[in-house]
Each structure stands twice: as C-alpha cells, then as structure tokens.
Design a protein around this ligand. Structure first.
Ligand SMILES: [Zn+2]
Length: 68
C-alpha cells in the first residue's frame, strides 16, 4: 500500500457510533458510504479528510435519507 501514501483520502465517520468507513480517493465515494451508513443505521454521518478533519457540508442526517 506504499503507493497510497501521500494521496488525498476521504472516509466516512459517524457522530452516533464509532463507525469509520473505508478510505477512498474520491470524496463522492466516501460520501456515498456515509449515506449508506446513515440510511442503514439512522445515524448522523459525515466525511473526514486524511487528517481526520470533518469536511464542511458533508454531514448526512438520517431525516434526509428518504430522498429518491
Ligand atoms: Zn453510526
């Protein structure tokens, strides 16, 4: 996994449990994983960057999960 070091990575995290998503290169993929967790667990999830800093605007709340 040496080639993965130094690359920008995103992953989902949860505000309601200790769930941490797999790291993804693409923000959109990490965001989709966070939405999956929010949908499945009815938890508030969000996306962090490689420094574990929350991405502003990435929060996914379960009451928004009913979208088509
Ligand atoms: Zn959770």
């Amino acid at each position: 996994m040496l080639q993965a070091q130094g690359q920008l990575r995103y992953r989902g995290r949860c505000a309601d449990c200790s769930w941490i998503g797999r790291p993804f290169i693409r923000y959109s993929t990490a965001d989709a994983a966070a939405r999956d967790h929010s949908d499945a667990q009815r938890h508030t999830a969000f996306v962090v960057d490689q420094y574990d800093m929350r991405i502003v605007g990435s929060t996914v709340r379960p009451d928004r999960a009913g979208r088509a």
